[in-house]
Design a protein around this ligand. Sequence first.
Ligand SMILES: [Zn+2]
Length: 310
Amino acid sequence: MYVGVFADIEGSFGIWRMRQCRMGTREWQYGRACLTEDVNQVIRGAYDGGATRVLVKDTHEVGFNCLVKELDPRAEYLGGHYVKPSLYGDIVGIDLVLYVAIHAASGTPDAFFPHTHYGVFSELRLNGVPVGEMDIYGGYLGELGIPIGFVSGEDVAVNQALLTLPWARAVVVDKEKSAYTSGEKSLTYLVEGRELLRSTAAEAVRHASEMKPLVLKGPLHFEAVFRTEELARKYNTWDFPRQGATVSWDASDMLEGFDKLNRLVFIPRWSYPARRPMAFAMRNYYRIKNTYFAPKPDPEGASFSVHDSR
Ligand SMILES: [Zn+2]
């Protein structure tokens, strides 16, 4: 069985604030070590459960967050964003996706760094209903025949995901600072939590046959509510219908709908003919930058030392 371990970062064990998710900061360098640890546990769990091949797909921001040299060497790694399949790149043949370190949807109250796909939206709606990333990504992967069978993240994020993916196995992750800065207590919490990532991922893979690709029946009507009308105007180079801060588009299925969403936020119309070489250049730029020019980590008092991360 070919398993995809897809990684966001907000929902990692060890992460309690936004700066730890912001590329290029010293706090993010600490966050990367936390994420890498979580991803490694899920890779191990996938193999425990019967995976024969594992691909790590790094997705947060520009898609180079995991510390690649520290990843379990059995797994392949795919960083950065691609044009086709929209955003993810070559994921053909994957049987099951395990989604690590997710976060809540745009507009979720009292959530850690809630957003849907991109920080410019205050809400993303599909056929009139607010949606999160597990609806959008789940529906996109589902259209390709790939189920999501595992999620980890804070409780509200996990609960939202399970409404869409009721078959998925889940691990809840604390987002309170005190969970990670309380010495021995924090270390115990981390060891147990990460052990749970491994065993839960294994269980998801063992039960892969129960997991369903999420198929959202078309026609689909998308509404992206931008944080301001000015942002909506700036991003809508595609002249999708716009009313104030809300940009909308229709699609016959999630492949088309997600492609249009990515065009709206990542591919301004003028750059469309050059999208492939541009994506290629961006991947190489960020891969080199984030591999060789990363800052020293700042754990800000975390009990988890990034140096004994294995
Ligand atoms: Zn993210």
